[in-house]
Design a protein around this ligand. Sequence first.
Ligand SMILES: [Zn+2]
Length: 340
Amino acid sequence: MEKYNSFLKTLPKIELHLHLEGAIPLETLWELIKKYGGHKELDNNIENLNKRFLFKDFPHFIETWIWKNQFLKEYEDFEFIAHGVAKDLSGQNIRYAELFFTPGDHTEKGLELGRIVESVAKGMAAREKEIELSLIYDLCRDFGPEKGMEQLEKIKDLKSYGIIGIGIGGSEQLYPPEPFKKVYEKARAYGFRTTAHAGEAAGADSVWGAIRELKVDRIGHGTRSYEDQDLVAYLKETQLPIEVCPLSNVRTGVVNSVTEHPVKSYFKEGLNICINTDDPKMFNNSLEQDYLCLIDELGFSLDDIKLLLYNAVAASWCDDKKKRQLKSEIADFYDKYHYL
Ligand SMILES: [Zn+2]
């Protein structure tokens, strides 16, 4: 496995489903916790933060997500985490990423949406020579469609900060996609690309809702699509891109193990999937580890990984020039590496 480790480490990679607030390096988050006087539960030990991020199930994960948000209080905190995340991603040879972020979690505390966006963009810009990052604004389904529309009206003029699309994360098991239909229509009219978390904490109906009502450009997760074979056939026929997050699904209990994850059957059946980490610092995974699991436990070849990366390039929302550049970087790497 050693040869795969070094191959995957240096391989130029792409992430399309990655949450800024779930990708904060633990040391960066620890700095913020210290800044705000520590937390009694953590007993001044960063190891306890790691343990705090072990999840029983999906609702427990959402609960922990909210707990973590208490350490993001000032605008400079957002710049600080964005910088930390950009640095960490470029250190993993991730060449391009589209980052979800959820300012709505923080405007409730009295912070201004525009200034949060500006701070995040500033933190990312500090590393722009190393990695190109775009933002997907997570309207978060828990806030409902009305607040979704309100937020959309505010971000339509903030595209210059790198916001290219919108999505809905949050408690999928409680909030189906259909009520967001008009929000998505408007988002498209404003020129945003669209994705929705679906088929993660809820089943195939939720994926159908995202397709039929929200008319999404991509599906976030899509894990439980297998519950309806007509849906799998539809996804194959239309080649709608799916942002699959295998280790994330194991950590939140959506599937029991990588070997039980449908990623292999989706790939074999020819669905348009790419691989992503979701919330790597909360799930203790990385893109390298996700790929390694596919190789190790599901028998994917390095050529299969190349195809998955090409899928990610094609499904990304960057311009054609950037897509060509990313694809040739991956192709060159494979040519030079002389793997067997
Ligand atoms: Zn997600």
